[in-house]
Write a protein that binds this ligand. Structure first.
Ligand code: CA
Length: 230
């Protein structure tokens, strides 16, 4: 899957897209580039790629609008998107993730990290989690059918909400979840939960997990990410 996967970059800065292109092609991907959103949409519709790397600040259509357009069209809504953003665009990152982008990178980024993220996002499409399986990650054993969480073989008592929160994050290692996404996934759309109460839940969960709580990373200004295994 990784080799030969086609990645489309929408980015107007040539230094950046050349660097990304060089590194992705060296890793066996085929790469195409658009320097405006208008051209990007045209290109993606005529030759749908396996992944889109999307800059936000573009001449013409803004990256967030491109994200919205791609995610609302059944022909393109399955194509994963990684947002490329500048520092200080956290609120745009949050909007992008909530529009359905899969991940983001803040410039300047290491090309190696970008290639690893691209690989991870492309891999996601391949596995479908089974509801009854036991999730084993880091020192966690999560027996979903019984709702039992063991950390280094010791059972940890969690509330219903804490369990759902941990299960959501631990079954999607490496994914960034915004607070709104957590609220929607954990409680359903109409449940009146605030951003702050998500933070409170995370604090409570981390406390119960002891040292293993460190695997739940706070992504400042954006949300939370469960650390993938190395
Ligand atoms: Ca730009």
């Amino acid at each position: 899957m990784a080799h030969g996967s086609h990645i489309h970059i929408i980015e107007d800065e040539s230094d950046i897209y050349r660097l990304i292109q060089f590194n992705l092609e060296n890793s066996g991907y085929s790469v195409s580039i658009s320097v405006t959103g208008e051209k990007g949409l045209e290109s993606i519709r005529s030759a749908p790629p396996d992944l889109v790397l999307l800059d936000l600040m573009l001449p013409g259509i803004h990256g967030l609008d491109i994200c919205r357009i791609l995610k609302s069209d059944s022909k393109t809504n399955k194509i994963p998107i990684i947002i490329l953003s500048a520092l200080g665009e956290e609120s745009d990152i949050v909007k992008g993730l909530e529009l359905g982008a899969d991940d983001y990178m803040t410039k300047p980024f290491s090309p190696k990290v970008l290639v690893a993220r691209a690989k991870a996002v492309l891999r996601r499409g391949e596995r479908s989690p089974d509801d009854s399986e036991t999730i084993k990650i880091h020192e966690f054993n999560i027996k979903h059918r019984e709702r039992i969480v063991e950390v280094a073989r010791a059972e940890v008592e969690l509330t219903h909400t804490e369990y759902k929160l941990l299960y959501l994050l631990a079954t999607h290692p490496g994914w960034v979840y915004t607070r709104n996404q957590i609220i929607n996934e954990v409680h359903g759309d109409d449940y009146p939960v605030t951003d702050r109460s998500v933070d409170v839940q995370v604090v409570g969960l981390r406390k119960k997990l002891g040292g293993s709580g460190k695997h739940i990373k706070t992504i400042r200004g954006v949300g939370y990410r469960f650390e993938p295994e190395k």
